[in-house]
Write a protein that binds this ligand. Structure first.
Ligand code: SF4
Length: 263
């Protein structure tokens, strides 16, 4: 298969127009399998950093850490189906690689290589009070519930950070989370995520382990059109069966493993 290997900026993804529903501000990026793959010697890989270090911001350099799902190419603004219909979605984006385990299978081909514009929040204790204040405001505004997608880019960067989210889930009953992690379930951070899910219930912290085999609680990357993972449902937003996460709801309503086509 042809893969684009670029040590430089670029955005080799196809765009499709936004939908009339107004769920997303930007057009979706259709996976082509031709996304940027960095060569092993690239400084971003060796240092474990984003390809776009100028797009990493301290928590006090940005207007807000939790972005409205409307600003994402694939998340969407308001859930339109299922038992969480009407809830808003927010997202948190961290620095890819800097917050991720080096064992991540997409270390060189991270989707972040194609996301020059994304605003990444620098990880560290400084984010805790800012996030807590934002969550407090959202919990007051949406007492029946709101959903946060961790992490559009990046991953859980420490056990302490996982514990921060456990405390937030305890403090704000309207808060629900979903996302994916490249941490091995048996690693210290992976175990902490498992404990978090066990403690608050998968309903409130719907995370999947990337690369976990089997029909439940896993996620996988398949290379492109025509390839499939027999254990996983292919993300419907990538097949055109739905518009975005807000109109899909699969990730937080079903424990089935989910597969994604590589960008
Ligand atoms: S399966 Fe649905 S909810 Fe999950 S990432 Fe794809 S579109 Fe979003």
């Amino acid at each position: 298969m042809h893969r684009q290997v670029l040590p430089v900026w670029g955005e080799p993804v196809m765009r499709v127009p936004n939908t009339p529903h107004g769920q997303r501000r930007f057009a979706a990026a259709v996976p082509t399998g031709h996304g940027i793959v960095l060569p092993a010697f690239h400084p971003a890989l060796r240092a474990g950093r984003s390809l776009f270090p100028s797009r990493v911001f301290a928590p006090d350099e940005v207007q807000r850490l939790l972005k409205d799902g409307h600003q994402s190419r694939k998340i969407g603004k308001i859930i339109t189906k299922g038992r969480r219909r009407g809830w808003p979605i927010y997202t948190l984006t961290l620095e890819e690689r800097a917050t991720c385990p080096r064992g991540c299978r997409e270390w060189a081909s991270c989707y972040g290589n194609n996301m020059q514009a994304a605003e990444r929040i620098d990880q560290g204790d400084a984010m805790f009070p800012v996030l807590e204040a934002e969550l407090e405001r959202l919990a007051a505004e949406f007492p029946t519930g709101f959903l946060v997608r961790l992490h559009v880019l990046g991953d859980f960067w420490s056990v302490r950070y996982v514990e921060f989210w456990a405390y937030m889930l305890h403090r704000f009953k309207a808060l629900y989370l979903f996302g994916f992690t490249a941490h091995d379930p048996g690693s210290p951070i992976g175990e902490a995520i498992g404990l978090l899910m066990g403690h608050v219930g998968w309903e409130r912290a719907a995370f999947r382990y990337s690369g976990l085999s089997g029909k439940r609680h896993g996620s996988a990357v398949v290379l492109g059109p025509g390839e499939a993972d027999p254990d996983a449902i292919l993300c419907p937003a990538q097949t055109g069966a739905t518009d975005c996460c807000a109109t899909c709801a699969l990730c937080w309503q079903s424990t089935r493993s989910i597969a994604f086509r590589r960008h």
